[in-house]
Unconditional design. Sequence first.
Length: 84
Amino acid sequence: MTPSAQAMEDQVRAAWIEVLGHDDFDDDTPFLEAGGHSLKATQVLMRLRRRLGVRLPNRLFFDHPTVRELAVAVERVAATSPRV
């Protein structure tokens, strides 16, 4: 894993912990199984949008439901999207 990929996973994991209020999950646990729901998913994306300065579609979360998958998807979007 590249340093930037690890950093993105760290950011995604931190947002999950803030929103879920716990860290009792691993990077391959689906968000819903970790105790999340659609409102909390939106809160995670809003935190990531603010931190990264990029628009992240809500659907991104549901297509990539784990920390590891979401980090890859967010990194891809961040690399190709204009900053907001």
